[in-house]
Ligand binder design. Structure first.
Ligand code: ZN
Length: 266
């Protein structure tokens, strides 16, 4: 059995885990999972994530507002704060002093969905400033918004991770030089993931992170099913092959990387 699985990006507050969340989360360490950073996407999911982190020692929380929450009716950004994301950021702010909150996230830019650009740019910039002010790592979502995401990362130079990386190898190298880590999900096991493999090849192993983005992005051979942290070795296998390592070696290195970035003792 593998050990030292560190899932740097999960969404265990998702309704897809409603039926069996306690059963699943309570056995993770017995499946080789050392730690999970569960990402809030708004005020409510951040609170729910903190409740999980308080119950399970191996779960940590990232607190922040995802760009999609700006247009999601069910997100507390709208349901509770009436679209006033600044008020929601103010409400989240005291939570960063919670001992299990280890990052600002999940935040960033999403040009795939029709989220107003000016609002999401302003909200991402506010979270970048917050991460620097609090000296915390930032977990960045970049969907079809590479140029604007990279420009803001170059401007603020935070430490953190570009999660579910979908950019070029050249940009990955530049982001690493700026101090970022690069996270890969099960998507890099899919056929046609050549771009991700090139990025993995181009950057040093000590800047790679493994993640699920569960319940989404289950790696091959579980593609299309619900994902969880125990499936990470399938992603590690692809990464290890590119780097000429064995799977456990890759899990060990990425676990140490994540522990360093998030300040978690393993
Ligand atoms: Zn996510």
């Amino acid at each position: 059995m593998y050990r030292n699985i560190f899932d740097t990006h999960a969404h265990y507050t998702s309704r897809w885990f409603r039926a069996d969340r306690p059963e699943l989360l309570s056995v993770l360490p017995w499946l080789g999972v050392e730690a999970v950073v569960d990402c809030g996407t708004d005020y409510d999911s951040t609170l729910q994530s903190i409740a999980l982190a308080e119950r399970y020692p191996w779960i940590y929380t990232a607190a922040g507002i995802h760009p999609e929450s700006i247009i999601e009716e069910d997100a507390s950004t709208n349901a509770r704060f009436g679209g006033d994301w600044k008020a929601e950021m103010d409400a989240i702010r005291p939570l960063y002093s919670h001992p299990k909150v280890v990052a600002v996230g999940e935040v960033g830019l999403d040009y795939h969905w029709p989220v107003p650009k000016d609002a999401q740019l302003a909200m991402f910039e506010a979270h970048l400033q917050l991460a620097l002010e609090l000296d915390m790592p930032i977990i960045v979502h970049d969907r079809e918004a590479h140029a604007d995401t990279y420009a803001l990362l170059a401007k603020y130079r935070p430490r953190g991770v570009v999660h579910c990386y979908s950019g070029s190898a050249e940009d990955a190298v530049r982001l690493v030089e700026q101090g970022m880590y690069i996270g890969f999900t099960g998507a890099c096991t899919f056929k046609g993931a050549k771009r991700a493999l090139k990025a993995i090849e181009a950057i040093p192993a000590d800047r790679l992170l493994l993640e699920t983005d569960c319940p989404y992005m289950a790696p091959t051979p579980h593609r299309g099913k619900r994902c969880d942290s125990s499936l990470i070795p399938f992603t590690a296998e692809v990464m290890a092959r590119v780097k000429g390592m064995d799977v456990q070696q890759m899990l060990d290195i990425t676990c140490a990387n994540a522990a360093r970035l998030f300040g978690v003792n393993i």
